[in-house]
Design a protein around this ligand. Structure first.
Ligand code: ADP
Ligand code: MG
Length: 404
């Protein structure tokens, strides 16, 4: 349904298909991108999601041509941007990039920054002025055209950067965490504008972020990066409902985790799990023989609480717990619930407050509980991704590079 609407409202697309095959990149002995392959259809919006240090910026810089990949290929439309010895420089790739820290030329006005992106086309002065004015108007900055970056707020500077990226109608738009430096309310507004303006432009988009809510809100397709490997590539709904690994599930939001043993398969695709907190039914995410150790990962949306402990009327499984914390969230309350074995479920939403200390009955929706064979959720694969050795320190952003 949305597909047909999109085609109907998208203007004759400027977007090009992007095909990335087995892209690799190392810095010294560190493998930063490991055989990354994906493709995007023209005009589609791909969000690459991953924790700090997972290789997001490096991947984007390889697409932009700022960084030279050391294996694999990048194709945009019918052109090869990189493969073997071929490496088109950024200015010949017909793409534009928006950076986390705006990267505007400080000595140029907003209008001059935007006009700079048109230079390669050698438009007439009048034509350039008209395009710049129209694009600045689209991002709501027509009245600030003559201001310099230091005379603009962070949000306004990022709008100038967005206008600069849009003005030449590139076939590919790249975004590197463009909202990270902005306040929460502005972030949400600008996210909506980016979604609208990029789709209106028809360009193909690759957008990277470490924020799962932002990724789900923007994407047609979400790719999840773990240590330089693309571990899942799917629609946001599928990533949420069928996370490919415990890593993906953890990175896209959990209430908590329980360990136990498989204890039968009551229905197709389901597995009964015996845990120290009590029995529960989960979605089976791999081969689970009876007695096999399981790791159950629980989405916040799968958890509901009720104040009268005991069996539910329908006889479904319930765990008992106690409310350990209650936080007011405007629309309702987020609770932390401590289960019988001392494990905790966080982010448990209810419209009404359950005060701290209240005994509760916890119902888990099997659709949002994923039972993985214990080996596939070994702590080692998680702690590696959380950073060990040289990668452990949080990354500071490197100096911005201009891709006018
Ligand atoms: P992300 O954007 O996901 O935080 P990056 O692509 O910036 O990740 O970095 C991925 C890994 O590559 C990190 O371990 C980082 O230290 C390393 N790295 C990135 N750029 C360089 C560089 N120019 N030289 C050496 N190591 C780098
Ligand atoms: Mg980065």
């Amino acid at each position: 349904m949305t597909g047909t609407q999109l085609t109907a409202t998208t203007p004759p697309g400027t977007g090009n298909a992007l095909v990335v095959e087995r892209l690799g990149k190392s810095f010294g002995a560190t493998r930063v991108l490991d055989e990354v392959s994906f493709s995007i259809e023209p005009g589609r919006f791909l969000v690459l999601l991953g924790p700090s240090g997972s290789g997001k910026t490096t991947l984007l810089r390889c697409l932009a041509g700022i960084e030279r990949a050391d294996g694999g290929s990048i194709r945009l439309g019918d052109r090869t941007l990189a493969e073997g010895r071929t490496h088109l420089p950024p200015e010949r790739r017909e793409l534009a990039m928006v950076f986390q820290d705006y990267a505007l030329w400080p000595h140029m006005t907003a209008a001059e920054n935007v006009a700079y992106a048109l230079k390669r086309r050698r438009p007439t002065k009048e034509r350039s002025a008209a395009e710049v004015a129209a694009t600045l108007a689209r991002v709501g900055l027509d009245e600030h055209a003559e201001r310099y970056p230091h005379q603009l707020s962070g949000g306004q500077q990022q709008r100038v950067a967005l206008a600069r990226a849009l003005v030449a109608r590139p076939g590919l738009l790249l975004f590197d965490e463009p909202l990270s430096n902005l306040d929460a309310d502005l972030r949400e507004r600008l996210r909506v504008e980016i979604a609208a303006l990029t789709r209106e432009s028809g360009a193909t988009v690759v957008y990277i972020t470490h924020d799962q809510a932002e990724a789900f809100a923007l994407a047609d397709t979400v790719g999840v990066l773990e240590q330089g490997r693309l571990v899942q590539l799917a629609a946001p709904e599928e990533v949420y409902q069928r996370p490919a690994s415990p890593f993906v599930a953890r990175f896209t939001g959990l209430a908590g985790e329980l360990t136990g043993r498989a204890d039968g398969t009551p229905h197709l695709g389901r597995v009964l799990c015996a845990t120290p907190a009590g029995p529960l039914v989960a979605t089976g995410m791999g081969a689970l023989d009876d007695g096999a150790p399981v790791h159950v990962l629980v989405r916040p949306a799968a958890v509901t609480i009720a104040e009268n402990p005991g069996e539910a009327a329908d006889g479904s499984h319930n765990l008992s717990g106690t409310v350990a914390d209650t936080a007011y969230r405007g629309r309702g309350y987020d609770h932390v619930v401590e289960l019988a074995d001392g494990s905790r479920l966080t982010g448990v939403f209810d419209r009404r407050a359950c005060p701290r200390g209240t005994p509760v009955r916890v119902t888990l929706d099997p659709d949002g509980c994923f039972a993985y064979p214990s080996s596939s959720s070994s702590p080692s694969s998680f702690s590696r991704s959380a950073g060990s050795g040289q990668d452990a320190a949080p990354l500071s952003e490197r100096t911005p590079v201009e891709v006018p």
